[in-house]
Design a protein around this ligand. Sequence first.
Ligand SMILES: [Zn+2]
Length: 143
Amino acid sequence: MPNYKTHLLVSLILSLSLFFVFYYYKKLTLSQLIFLPYILFLGIIPDIDTKKSLARKMMNIGFLSSILILFGMFYILLEIKYLIIITIFSIIILFIYKLPHRGMTHNLLFGLLMTFFLFFISPYLFIISYISFLSHLAFDKII
Ligand SMILES: [Zn+2]
């Protein structure tokens, strides 16, 4: 089973290569490199269903900081919508904690769910991000 460094390296090589091919043909601009961290994250996100993965650690940090901010907003503004958002967040996180390894997150549909919004920014960004996601699935099968 390849670790996150392998997935990140493969994702980086593929993403940058494709990015500069599309840039050469004037389909993307250099400013769109701002999406690179997210595209690289897509290379490791399928392992979010593994306890010790980098993706899970990043999700936990993001979740905890979001909950703290939302509780702060609720404390200051006393609006119930923040509690509803916290509840929805918590249910999603608990659902992810219960996922079996290489289950739903190692699925082509999950990849589409995580990348489809990039299609509205640029179809080429969508292609790069989906290939980054697919590289994870391919390397999980190969190695
Ligand atoms: Zn995996």
